[in-house]
Design a protein. Structure first.
Lengths: 312, 317
C-alpha cells in the first residue's frame, strides 16, 4: 500500500533559513493492505511530519514514498487528485478543521464539487446518509448544523464520514482522539477498527501508547526523527528492546499497575544531531559505550518482524 | 480538615439564562490529601477549581461556604480574596505554561510577582533556588526567556512559581495533559514530592486522564454535568466503583494489553445534557443503563461506606 524508502525531511530555520533542522532522518517502513500501523513518539519526534509528507502537504527532502508502487512526489494535477481520492488525512483538532461561519456539512459539498460534479442530488444525499450511518451518526440529527452545535466526537466522526465518501484506501489519522473525552474516544477507535476490517489501511499517529496498542497490528517508535524500534505490536509492548522504548513503557500511566521507581530521564534541550545514536545523551543503559557516540546503529531484525536500532 | 466546601453553587451568567455549571457541591479534603478531580469536558471540574480562587464574571456565586484551615474564604468578593491568593491557596491554571510573559526573563517575572504581593525577591531567592533544584531545573532558567524552555521545563517552572509562598491548597488544572509520557511522569511525581515535603498541604489535581490520577492521587472525585457523582479512595474508585457513570467511564478506558481484536470496549452512548436547562432529577438518567422511576428525583451525595460518597438511588437502597 504505502511504502517509505529512506525518507528524510530537513527544515530550514533561523532568520534567513541558514540553520538546518532534521525532522525526519532516513525513515523506511511500510503499511500493508488492511493494516493499522501506529506511529508513536514524543512531541518533536517527526511523527506528524511523516503524516504530512504522505499526504503531499510538504515536500520530501530525500527518499521516496511509494503508493501502490508509484512515487507520490511525481504526481501532478489529475493524478494528484486521484491520489487524494484514495488517501486522506484527519487531524488532531476537529474544531479547527471547520470554518465556523459555514454549516458543518459544507465539507461534504466541497467534496461533491471537487470529485463528483455530475452526480444527481438524490444519489448524493443517499451517499452522504450512508457514510454518516457508517460512522454511527444519525443524519437527521447532525446535518444542517453549525460546527459549534456539534460535539467534538461528532465533528471528528463527520471528518471520517467525509473521508469515506471518497472510497479511500489509506487514512492518515494524526492524533485524532486526543481531543475527545474518554467516553467517546473508544467509539471512534472502534469505528477505525471496523473500517480496517473492511480493508482500509490506517497510519495511526499517537503519543498515547495504550490507544496505539488497542488498535494497531504493528508499531513504529520514533525518537528525534529516527526509527528506534518497530515491528509487531505485541513484541514491542511486552518485549521492548531499545532503552528508549523501555523507558516509554515504564512511564505510561496504567490503571492496573502503579509506576515503578524507574528513573525517568528528562528531555534535555534539543541538542545537535551527531553521528552517533540519537538516544545517546539520555540513554541510561549500563552497556552504553563509545561506539554509540560515534556511529549510529542500523535497524536490525532481532526476532521475526521486530527491528531495533541499538548495539546493546 | 484542610478544605471544606458546603453546598457551593456557581452558575455562569449568559444572555439566555444561568448555566448551572456547579450545583450543590459539598466535599472536604484532609490535610496532606491529593484529591484527583476527573470527568468529561464540560462537567464543571475547571469551574470548581477556578471558583475557589478567582470567581469572576461571567461566573456568578449563588450560595455556599468554603472554609480553608478553619478560615472562611470570601470567594464572592474578588478583592477580599487577594489576601488568600498565592499565600493560602494557589492555582496552576490550564495552559499556564503558555501564559508566561514572553517579553521578560523568568527571574524578572518572579520578582515582579513577589513584589506585587509585597515580598522581597532577594530574601526568597535562596529558597527559590532550592526549589529549582527539587524540580531538576538549573538556576540559569531565571535569566532565560520562556521561549528558551521546553514544555516540560515551563510546566515545572510554573509549579515552582505557584507554590513559592507555601500555599495550604494547590489546584493543578490539567498540568500534565500537554506533555509527553516521560515528562508527564516526572511532573506528576514532582507534585507528590511537593506534598511529601509539606511545601503544599493538600492538592486538587484536575485532569481528564484517570490513569494519571491512579498513579498519584489519594482519592478521586468524579463529576458529571455540574454535579458530584462519586468520591472514594483511589483503589476503591478504580477497582470497585459503584456509580453507573463511573463504572462505564472506567471500563471504557483502553489499557495496555487490551486489543480490539480480543476485547472490544464500548463508550457511553448519548451526550451530556445542556446545563442551561438540565433535566430534573439525576442528570445521568438519560444515559444510565439502570435508571428507574426514582431517578426523576435528585439523588443526594451521601456516604455509603467510610470515605466512599455517591449520588445514586440504585446504590443507596
Amino acid at each position: 500500500m504505502i511504502k517509505l524508502e529512506n525518507v528524510s525531511k530537513i527544515y530550514r530555520t533561523g532568520t534567513f533559513g541558514g540553520k538546518l533542522l532534521p525532522a525526519v532522518v532516513d525513515v523506511s517502513f511500510d503499511v500493508r493492505d488492511g493494516e493499522v500501523v501506529s506511529l508513536i513518539g514524543e512531541s518533536g519526534s517527526g511523527k506528524s511530519t511523516i503524516g504530512k509528507m504522505i499526504l503531499c502537504l510538504i515536500t520530501i527532502t530525500s527518499g521516496k514514498i511509494l503508493f501502490d508502487g508509484v512515487d507520490i512526489s511525481t504526481l501532478r494535477k489529475g493524478d494528484l487528485k486521484n491520489y487524494y481520492y484514495n488517501v486522506q488525512g484527519i487531524f488532531q483538532d476537529p474544531f479547527s478543521s471547520y470554518n465556523p461561519i459555514f454549516k458543518a456539512d459544507r465539507i461534504f459539498s466541497i467534496i461533491r464539487q471537487e470529485f463528483f460534479p455530475k452526480i444527481k442530488d438524490s444519489q448524493w444525499n443517499k451517499k452522504v446518509d450512508s457514510s454518516l450511518k457508517a460512522v454511527g451518526l444519525n443524519p437527521d440529527q447532525v446535518l444542517n448544523k453549525f460546527p459549534h452545535q456539534l460535539s467534538g466526537g461528532q465533528l471528528q466522526r463527520f471528518l471520517i464520514a467525509r473521508a469515506l465518501l471518497l472510497d479511500i484506501k489509506f487514512l492518515v489519522a494524526d492524533e485524532i482522539i486526543s481531543m475527545l473525552d474518554a467516553s467517546t474516544r473508544v467509539d471512534v477507535l472502534n469505528l477505525l477498527a471496523e473500517l480496517k476490517s473492511k480493508g482500509l489501511s490506517i497510519l495511526f499517529i499517537t503519543h498515547d501508547l495504550s490507544l496505539g496498542y488497542y488498535i494497531s497490528d504493528r508499531a513504529t517508535i520514533l525518537y528525534r526523527g529516527c526509527i528506534v524500534e518497530m515491528g509487531d505490536t505485541k513484541k514491542i509492548y511486552f518485549d521492548p528492546v531499545h532503552p528508549y522504548t523501555k523507558m516509554l513503557m515504564a512511564s505510561v500511566p496504567r490503571l492496573d499497575k502503579k509506576w515503578e521507581k524507574v528513573e525517568v530521564e528528562l528531555k534535555a534541550k534539543q541538542a545537535e544531531i551527531t553521528e552517533g545514536c540519537v538516544y545517546y545523551e539520555r540513554c541510561k543503559s549500563p552497556h552504553k559505550n563509545k561506539k554509540c557516540a560515534f556511529q549510529r546503529p542500523e535497524l536490525v531484525e532481532v526476532s521475526p518482524d521486530h527491528f531495533v536500532s541499538c548495539y546493546l | 480538615m484542610s478544605l471544606q466546601i458546603k453546598n457551593l453553587v456557581v452558575y455562569y451568567q449568559t444572555l439566555s439564562g444561568y448555566v448551572k455549571a456547579l450545583d450543590d457541591v459539598t466535599l472536604s479534603i484532609r490535610d496532606g490529601e491529593i484529591m484527583g478531580l476527573a470527568g468529561e469536558s464540560g462537567c464543571g471540574k475547571t469551574t470548581l477549581g477556578n471558583s475557589l480562587i478567582r470567581l469572576e464574571p461571567p461566573m456568578k456565586y449563588i450560595k455556599g461556604d468554603v472554609e480553608l484551615d478553619g478560615e472562611k474564604l470570601p470567594i464572592w468578593n474578588s478583592s477580599q480574596m487577594n489576601v488568600f491568593r498565592f499565600k493560602k491557596i494557589s492555582i496552576i491554571p490550564q495552559y499556564a505554561m503558555n501564559a508566561l510573559n514572553p517579553t521578560i526573563k523568568i527571574g524578572k517575572l518572579i520578582s515582579e510577582l513577589l513584589s506585587s504581593r509585597k515580598f522581597n525577591y532577594k530574601k526568597i531567592k535562596p529558597e527559590l533556588e532550592r526549589r529549582l533544584d527539587l524540580v531538576e531545573l538549573t538556576h540559569d532558567v531565571l535569566s532565560m526567556y520562556p521561549i528558551e524552555l521546553s514544555g516540560g521545563m515551563k510546566q515545572r517552572m510554573v509549579l515552582v512559581l505557584s507554590t513559592l509562598l507555601d500555599p495550604s491548597l494547590l489546584i493543578a488544572d490539567e498540568i500534565t495533559s500537554a506533555l509527553d509520557v516521560s515528562t508527564q511522569k516526572a511532573v506528576a511525581e514532582m507534585l507528590v514530592e511537593f506534598r511529601n515535603r509539606k511545601i503544599v498541604k493538600s492538592m486538587i489535581v484536575i485532569t481528564h486522564d484517570i490513569s494519571i490520577l491512579y498513579q498519584i492521587a489519594d482519592s478521586i472525585l468524579v463529576m458529571y454535568a455540574g454535579k458530584l457523582a462519586e468520591k472514594a479512595s483511589t483503589d476503591v474508585m478504580i477497582n470497585t466503583p459503584r456509580h453507573p457513570y463511573t463504572k462505564l467511564l472506567i471500563s471504557s478506558l483502553p489499557k495496555v494489553g487490551v486489543r480490539y481484536a480480543e476485547k472490544k470496549l464500548s463508550g457511553i452512548p448519548g451526550n451530556t445534557p445542556l446545563l442551561l436547562d438540565p433535566p430534573i432529577g439525576c442528570r445521568f438518567r438519560d444515559r444510565c443503563p439502570v435508571a428507574f422511576d426514582r431517578c426523576f428525583k435528585e439523588p443526594p451525595f451521601i456516604e455509603i461506606e467510610k470515605d466512599h460518597y455517591i449520588a445514586c438511588w440504585k446504590e443507596c437502597i
